[in-house]
Design a protein around this ligand. Sequence first.
Ligand code: ATP
Length: 689
Amino acid sequence: MAYTPMSDIGQQGLFDITQTLLQQPDFSALADCLTRLVKQGALADRVNVLLYHPQHRQVSFYGRDKTLTPDQQSLLATGPMQRILSRPEALICPWREFEAAWPQVASLPLYTPFGRYCLLPLVSSGEIYGGCEFIRDSNKGWSEKELERLHTLTQVVGLCAQQIRSTQDIDHHCQVLSRERDDFRILVAVTNAVLSKLDLDEVMQETAREIHHHFAIDSISIVVRSSRKAWLTIYSTHFVDEASPIHDLSEVPEAGTLSEQVFASGEMLLLNLYPQQQAASYERRLLELWDNQAQTLCLMPLKFGDNMLGVMKLAQCGERGFSAANLELLHQIAERIAIALDNALAWQEINRLKESLTDKGSWATESINAGNPDVGEIIGRSEVMMDVLKQVEIVAASDSTVLILGETGTGKELIARAIHNQSQRNRRRMVKMNCAAMPAGLLESDLFGHERGAFTGANTQRIGRFELADKSSLFLDEVGDMPLELQPKLLRVLQEKEFERLGSNKLQTVDVRLIAATNRDLKQMVADREFRNDLYYRLNVFPIRLPPLRERPEDIPLLVKSLTFKIAHRLNRNIDSIPAETLSMLRRMEWPGNVRELENVIERAVLMTRGNVLHLSLPEMLDTPTAKKIAAPVTEPREGEDEYQLIMRVLRETNGVVAGPRGAAQRLGIKRTTLLSRMKRLGINKVES
Ligand SMILES: Nc1ncnc2c1ncn2[C@@H]1O[C@H](COP(=O)(O)OP(=O)(O)OP(=O)(O)O)[C@@H](O)[C@H]1O
């Protein structure tokens, strides 16, 4: 563009110059343009624009050397600028005077020796905010007219500077606002992810997506302590390919990792990772993923209250994501993730407690044994029972798998509980599972858990009983009813202590002590290929056989007394004595349903009793369902009759009735649920009478 020479400046010329200067987008461009104008008009050889910042007492310099260090900017504020601030008149001097007055300023590389110097103030609303330096290489001074033009030019520059400053202010505010809006957006997105999900894996994937989107960080991981001691679980998302990020779930030993340092210090860690550096396995993976490019890593503690719950690990090639402003925002994100983590962990714990409460409910019985509190309500002083209790004591101290064998109602569950209570694991609740009470299809997910979407209807993730029983004991009742196809998985968890949830290929490691029980002849089942022989041997490490009541009649009076007391108390009755002949009558009976059956008879008697003495008359009892059982003992298989034929015969005899006092389950001496599951297994669903 052709400028009007400054020497012939008239009204039109001033208008053109003003318009040209006003078009300059920033101070550097303004200084360049001004330099060209004054050079053309031979008014000066160099021009600098100075802007004063009172809050920092610094001067920004726009001229030949555009970048100054903060120290140089402060120094510049002590030079001619200071003088003009106190006395807003033109400052004109030769180099000699300039150097003598401000030797340090004169030594700045901006000021090579010159002939003449003129500084004019930039004023707005009566306030000086900078100045224009005009420098002549020659010693020639400025005429009156020339000085007038320099003043006019400085006023125009003042206008332009105002305009640039307000545009820059607006830009700056817009930037601040749009950054605040973006920051707010990501905080809302992360908060939403955190609030809407309880599953840790899902929370992590969603937050990783938001963090990557906002900060362009390449790898985002959350590290938490694993249930395995001294191991870490890492949920990672690597955005190597934008369209399909890699989600990793890994377990690594904690020792020697960077996360270990953050767990210990609770402080953020920011560092560079180079390919030649010795790195822990997670960091090695990062280097591999990005072709051995150096990485910047940022590890932030995830704290909730005083609890260190985990570490957020961010990695990227280069340092662009980790500016001070970004770190501040990432810190706020970490706080939200810590809440999610706390929620997810609490949710897992609640689930565990809920399950164990269910178990507790079914265990709630009155302890009436004044003896060993660990054997609780187990009554029996017969030699055979004392022998059983001795075995319980021996095996409880170990972690061995125990197999409790015995007819229905002999107290297998009580023995299992006594083993658990006397073991090192008794600080946690024993978890219970009846293999016969659950359809085969659901048994697997109940035992091993499942992921969301593992099968139709699996709307949420579920933790299985093996996980719930971690560091505790799992009581598997009716283990003989475990479907053959599930037996290898049970065997594996017993041997390797690991399994996968349904729908997941992530290995779960558990420390569970198994106590199994059955009233079936497992050995025979192995021979009949109904039970895997490897599983049988694995379960049969320490078998305990519970004798039926008919083999220990001496326990009956004690049991009758205790049960009467317990039941009377529960039913709010006051019974304080039992006739001797009642005790001896009960002692003489067979009790095919064992203690459970005796318990039922006593309950009936307590209900019939009016007064303080237990009233139990045989004729009345014979009218009761229990008496029917006594009268008609458990149906035994006929010679050559297999299980299928036996159940079919009994079902026919009971006209297809399964439950209740006249039902087939009662006749067979097994629980209704057990019979139903056996019928299902054998394909019996309809019986013609
Ligand atoms: N020795 C005992 N002392 C006191 N109560 C007992 C004893 N043995 C069993 N019982 C009671 O008898 C009932 C049945 O016991 P339990 O459920 O433990 O038997 P089980 O052998 O596991 O039966 P099933 O094989 O049918 O599951 C329970 O109410 C239990 O409290």
